[in-house]
Every structure is written in C-alpha cells, then in structure tokens.
Write a protein that binds this ligand. Structure first.
Ligand SMILES: [Zn+2]
Ligand SMILES: [Zn+2]
Length: 183
C-alpha cells in the first residue's frame, strides 16, 4: 500500500497542498462488510498554526456497506470536508501533565511517522467518520420481515397476513352479525 505523507519540515516554507486519487481498495478499511467502491478523490493542505499543524481538505468516494434494512449491499456516495489540528510529538511536549500526555499520544501518534504526517491515515479516519448511519440499498427498501427474515424486496411471506387475518375475520364477523340484526 502506497503511503502519502506531508513532511512537516516543509511547512516552515508555508502551506503545502497535495491531492490525489486512490484506486478502490488502497485504503484498508479494516472491515469485511465495508468496501471502497470507485476511486477516492482527495485534496489536503497543511500549514503551521502556532505549535500545531492545521490540516484542511476534502475527500469524495463511493462505499459499499450493508443496507440498514435488508443487509444487502448498499452503495453510498461520501463527501467529507475536514479541518483538523495535529500536534507533532517531540521532546517539547513531554513536560505536559502525564495523563493528558497518554491520551494525546494514543490519539495523535497514529498520524505521524517521525516528522511526516500520514495523509492516508487521516483520509481513512475521515472516511470512517463520514459513513452514513442508516445506509439504504434503495430509497424504498422494504427490509426484512421481522418474523421470518424474508427479504421483502425479493420475496413475500405469509407473516403479515397471518397476523392480520384473525383480526380481520373478527371485524367481518361483527359486521355480518350487525347486518343480520338490522335486516
Ligand atoms: Zn435494503
Ligand atoms: Zn415473514
């Protein structure tokens, strides 16, 4: 897997902008039922902001993940702008409170390799954050029957009729009796 980095030492010169396009599967989403579908187009700009590094950018791609109603594959377009601040790990930072230190280290170091900022990792995280909460295979997906699990987009089942028919019968029965009385 090719890694893209921003060399932080280059930021002394000013803003650094990079952009690219990742083929399907280049970013490891670490989930069996989640796939990048189509190219992932991205652009990233990094600049120094005080003691931090500001990273702005956007990504756009298609993803395939399970439909929230029927569990079949749903394909969704994802666009995610982002504006993030990173703090580079260096000797200067070790004077901070130790507990904060640990949290900081865990959340931030994944994005750094020495003085390099790993763009691929940032894009991966942003993509995961941008995934739809309730993806649908189609707008009018009928979902699975809650009783028997039949995919109602593909098949019908008898569950609904069985649930409703006793009730319907009773209503018809009452109606019939009422008609008999009034006649
Ligand atoms: Zn569905
Ligand atoms: Zn059913």
């Amino acid at each position: 897997m090719k890694q893209y980095f921003i060399e932080l030492n280059d930021l002394a010169e000013g803003k650094v902008s990079v952009q690219g396009s990742f083929e399907s599967g280049l970013i490891d989403l670490a989930a069996e039922n989640l796939q990048q579908a189509g190219t992932l187009d991205w652009s990233v700009a990094a600049e120094r902001a005080g003691s931090e590094v500001r990273v702005t950018g956007t990504l756009k791609t298609g993803v395939e993940l399970p439909c929230s109603r029927c569990l079949e594959v749903a394909r969704c377009e994802v666009t995610k702008p982002f504006d993030l601040y990173f703090r580079q790990r260096d000797e200067m930072m070790f004077d901070e409170d130790e507990e904060v230190e640990l949290d900081d280290q865990e959340t931030r170091t994944a994005f750094f390799t020495g003085t390099k900022l790993a763009i691929t990792e940032i894009l991966r995280e942003q993509l995961l954050l941008a995934l739809p909460m309730k993806p649908l295979c189609k707008v009018d997906c009928k979902g699975l029957c809650p009783s028997c699990g039949t995919n109602l987009n593909v098949n019908t089942c008898q569950c609904l009729q069985e649930q409703f028919s006793p009730h319907m019968d009773t209503l018809l029965e009452i109606k019939k009796r009422l008609e008999e009385r009034s006649s």
